[in-house]
Design a protein around this ligand. Structure first.
Ligand SMILES: [Fe+2]
Ligand SMILES: [Fe+2]
Length: 370
């Protein structure tokens, strides 16, 4: 009998009691007996239990509203949908693809597959919104793909995802060994995904909900995007943070943080720069949103980014103003923000802050104490 290939089923697996999330011993039995990452498992179960369908909402009333609303509202809505559709298409394709060769924990893999499945619902939702809201969806598809600014907005994340995919595939082919370099690429992928979900998605949701609030139009779209926002805010973002916290408890995770420190700072700062550039574009050419100024929307980007940079205890290197109070009160009507903020204060920030970080470029070891 030919033995099963090790990457398919590892008969010699020895680390059932302490499987690594990334690049541990190749997986064998799918294991729910040893619960090594109970929080990840709980988030997986939560997401699975709140599964929904892109056709739960009747988008038909939006068709006439797109025809009759003013140009400024139309443009802002279409440009935002364009980016959201693109970004969730990227998420739906990349998460499982990048992590499949690298993830070696049953619990973590279950979570990432469920999140990928959920991203497919999100991407399909935007697609259904377009299919139902316009008489000629093909024209709008072209219009959406031609919004260069929306594509540019995905550049930073896209580049990092591309690097991670190339590394992951080289590792899967056996061209790269299981070493810290591959681990760092996987780590940075998780960081970048968190930046996209916590900073960029939240920025786009604020525009959608702002339009729904100020015009009273597009309510079915608002309701669907609210579901997406809840999935992202309450599960995906928390999942990313939990993974990063668990990784930080391991020697490889700590080394990855030290090695990737400058890249993490650069990615957060670059994502913020591209989001604020987008915000300025969204509010240019006469487009406006009743009750929301361009500055308030930028502060919302800073507010979201402050959460991420604080999580890594890298606030000192933020190239943007730290904003700790929500500048867009209406977002509380759409998201259960208190729930998340409370957990941020209690635990999310603790880990990276109390850690001792050694920088490669300096000899000094300094304890970060807040
Ligand atoms: Fe999504
Ligand atoms: Fe997501």
């Amino acid at each position: 009998m030919t033995p099963l290939p090790q990457k398919i089923f590892n008969t010699g697996k020895t680390d059932y009691e302490a499987p690594e999330i990334l690049l541990g011993s190749d997986p064998g039995l799918f294991d729910t007996i040893n619960k090594h990452y109970p929080t990840l498992w709980k988030l997986y179960k939560t997401l699975k239990s709140q599964d929904w369908d892109e056709n739960e909402f009747d988008y038909a009333p939006c068709n006439v509203q797109f025809k009759t609303c003013d140009k400024s509202t139309y443009d802002m809505m279409v440009k935002t949908l364009a980016w959201q559709w693109e970004a969730d298409s990227v998420a739906a394709r990349s998460i499982a693809a990048v992590l499949a060769p690298l993830c070696t924990s049953s619990e973590a893999w279950a979570g990432w597959v469920e999140i990928t499945r959920n991203e497919i619902v999100h991407a399909a939702t935007y697609s259904e919104i377009v299919r139902n809201s316009f008489d000629n969806p093909d024209d709008i598809l072209e219009e959406i793909l031609s919004v260069k600014e929306a594509m540019a907005r995905l550049e930073v994340v896209g580049e990092a995802f591309g690097d991670a995919l190339a590394t992951s595939q080289a590792y899967a082919r056996g061209d790269l060994p299981n070493d810290q370099r591959v681990f760092d690429a996987a780590y940075l992928f998780v960081v970048t995904l968190l930046c996209m979900e916590r900073i960029q998605f939240m920025a786009s949701f604020a525009v959608t909900f702002g339009i729904c609030e100020s015009t009273g139009l597009f309510q079915p779209i608002g309701k669907a995007v609210q579901k997406i926002a809840q999935d992202e805010f309450e599960v995906h973002v928390q999942y990313g943070k939990e993974v990063l916290k668990a990784l930080y408890k391991t020697p490889r995770g700590q080394a990855a943080f030290a090695n990737c420190r400058d890249s993490i700072v650069a990615i957060i700062n670059e994502v913020v720069a591209s989001e604020t550039a987008w915000t300025e574009y969204a509010f240019s050419e006469g487009r406006e949103l009743t009750g929301v100024t361009c500055q308030m929307m930028k502060d919302w980007v800073y507010f979201s980014a402050t959460d991420v940079i604080t999580f890594f205890a890298l606030e000192a290197e933020a190239s943007f103003p730290l904003v700790r109070t929500n500048p867009l009160k209406y977002m509380e009507n759409w998201l259960d923000m208190g729930k998340i903020q409370a957990s941020n204060q209690e635990e999310d920030t603790a880990q990276y802050k109390v850690g001792v970080m050694k920088r490669d470029d300096e000899d000094a070891v300094f304890a970060v104490d807040f």
